[in-house]
Design a protein. Structure first.
Lengths: 145, 135
């Protein structure tokens, strides 16, 4: 979150940290948090979670935080993938993954609440805000052959 | 939680096991109570493994490929999954928008979000089925 254009003067960075195994910003979620209808090019991810606020990306990655951070914040979001833009079957030998993928539109509505009283509410879902989005079915690692 | 088919010798994920390795993270509402209530086997580690590749923002290597820049052909994307030894549904996005916060009538944000739903091989070598969120 930025007090200015994206990339300048960051004031909040919500992420669940890098797991000790190296898995990046990923957590186990209830099965009903994610819904996928790949044939229709649709998926959703809805969750309310307590996750750290690291203030900014550099602090999060270097683990050198400004005073008062990280904080434990409550974040709620509703993310959707919808509207097929392109489709492709991809087999990537270098990265060892293969699958059927769709480029889609995507929207989000989210909010956050920090212990110090700071609250944020995003604008409503706006398809014009997507930078890029994909959904697919893939296999990688030991499932890649 | 969906245990994998028994005929392949797989077991269900212990949420406690995974969350035990995810310090500082606790889901709100029902799931956290479920974690506390579960027994958990200390000899199992159902944590997934990260993808091998990644990028190095601020000189720090991370097992993650940000979604491709606009205009990149879909066929040229990097692996959108955050976990390896995985077979299932995946999603990844990047959205930039605006909102309002306490003391800030206008703030901007960039959200990178995603999911992995399906079968994976965990650190303990066993196969599991689970849903993961990339936040």
């Amino acid at each position: 979150m930025f007090n200015g254009p994206v990339g300048s003067n960051q004031i909040h960075d919500y992420n669940p940290h890098i797991d000790s195994n190296g898995v990046f910003w990923t957590i186990l979620v209830p099965n009903d948090a994610v819904e996928v209808h790949l044939g229709a090019g649709q998926a959703s991810f809805r969750l309310t979670a307590e996750i750290p606020d690291d203030h900014d990306l550099k602090s999060s990655l270097t683990k050198v935080f400004p005073a008062g951070f990280p904080q434990s914040a409550r974040v709620a979001f509703d993310v959707e993938w919808r509207g097929i833009v392109d489709r492709a079957h991809i087999r990537n030998e270098d990265q060892q993954f293969e699958g059927d993928f769709l480029q889609t539109g995507s929207t989000i509505r989210w909010s956050s609440m920090n212990p110090g009283g700071f609250q944020f509410m995003s604008e409503g879902p706006n398809p014009a805000r997507v930078v890029n989005a994909v959904v697919g079915h893939e296999r990688n690692g030991v499932f890649f052959d | 939680m969906r245990p994998a088919p028994a005929n392949r010798g797989r077991v269900g994920v212990s949420r406690r096991t995974f969350f035990g390795a995810t310090a500082g993270v606790a889901l709100a509402a029902g799931l956290s109570r479920t974690i506390v209530a579960q027994g958990g086997n200390p000899h199992r580690d159902a944590s997934p493994r990260p993808i091998a590749g990644g990028v190095s923002p601020f000189g720090v290597f991370i097992h993650h490929f940000p979604i491709a820049a606009p205009g990149t052909p879909l066929a040229n994307i990097s692996d959108p999954s955050q976990i390896t030894d995985f077979n299932g549904f995946v999603g990844l996005n990047r959205i930039r928008g605006v909102g309002a916060g306490t003391g800030f009538p206008s703030l901007s944000y960039q959200a990178d979000m995603g999911f992995m739903v399906g079968e994976y091989v965990a650190i303990d070598g066993k196969h599991y089925n689970a849903s993961f969120g990339f936040i």
